[in-house]
Design a protein around this ligand. Sequence first.
Ligand code: COI
Length: 369
Amino acid sequence: MPNHILPITPVRQSRLSNVDFDNLEFGNVFADHMFSCEYSAGRWHDARIVPYGPVSMEPGALCLHYGQTVFEGLKAFKGVDGISRVFRPDKNADRLGQSCERLCIPAIDKELFCSAIDQLIAVDEKWMPSRRGESLYIRPLIFATESNLLVKPADRYLFLIITAPVKEYFSRQGGGVSLRAEPKYTRAAMGGTGFAKTGGNYAATLRPGADSVEQGFDQTLWLDGRDHSFVEEVGQMNIFFRIRDAFVTPPLKGTILPGVTRDSVLTLLEDRGEKYEERPISMEEVIATYNKGELQEVFGAGTAAVIAPVSRIAYGDTTLTFDVEPDNLASKRLYDSIVDIQTGAVEDIHGWNRIVGASQTAGKTMTGS
Ligand code: COI
C-alpha cells in the first residue's frame, strides 16, 4: 500500500466519454483528476487528488515573472496482459530533484512522488489508452506561487501532477524527423540550466524552432553554445548516431537533458553487448562519416518521442538524408524493445516498471513485470 494515503475529491461528471481514443493527439486532452500539493511555511502540505481544473494564482506569482518552474514527463502503459505500468518513475523523481535544486525549489519526497502517481493512476486508470505506442502521459510540475516582484526563490509553491492520454510525439507514419542544426541560437551553455527540466529552456527554443519549421524542418538540432560545432540534443529528445557498428551520443556534461529513454537505450545496448560511446561529436565528424558511408542511422530518444528515426539533417548548405524505412534499423529494434518492456510483452529484467492501478491495489508486486 502507498505510504501517503491521499484524500480524493472525485469529479461530479467524468469527461471520459467525450474523448476520441481513435484519434489521440499529444497533450490536448487531460484526465479527470490531478494531484495537488502546496508548499508554504517551510513544508509541503495538503497533498490530495482533486478534479483537473484551473488553479488560482495572483498576477504577482513569481513563476509568471522569473520562470521558477520545473516539470517532468513520464508514461503509464496498459500492458498486453491488462496490467498498468509506469516506466521508471524513480528516475524522473531523481531528475525532478536535480531540477528543483538548480531552480532553488524545495525538494519533493521521492516516496510522495511515486505514491502520488500510483494513486492518481488508480483514480483515472480508465483514461489509459491500450494501443501500442499510446500511453497515459504523466506531467508533474512545480511552480512558484508567492506574489512578489523581487528576484528571489519563492516561499510558496504548487506541485501538481496532471495526466493526458497520448499518442507518440512524432508520428511513426511520418517518414522520420527532419532536423535543422541551429547555427546562431543556443539552447544551453556550460553552467546554465540545460540539464534541468525547466520551462525557460523550452521557451528559448521557440524562436529558432519556428525558424526550423519555416525552413521545412520538424525540429532544431542544438549545437554547443560556444562554437556551434558539437551536437547537443534536439530539445524534445536526446540524439544517437550509429557510426559503423558503434552508437555515439553526446555526454551528460550539464548542457543536455539526462533523458530516461537515453539511459534506457544505453542499458539495452550494454545488455546486447553492442558498442556505444558517450562522447562529444561534432557536425564535422557527422558529415565526414556520412560522406564515407559510415553513418548508418540517426535517431532521437525521449519519453514523449520514444525512439524517433531521423530522416534529414541540414547544417548550413549541407543536407544529410537517411532512409528510415528498412526493417533492420537499430532504432526499430530499440523502439520495440522499449515498448515491449513498457507493456509487459517481455521480461522486465531491470525492474524498470512500477505496477499501478487495479493490479497494484489487488496486491500484485510493486515493480517488475
Ligand atoms: C518528454 O519527453 O516527456 C518531454 O518532456 C519532452 C516534451 C514533450 C517537452
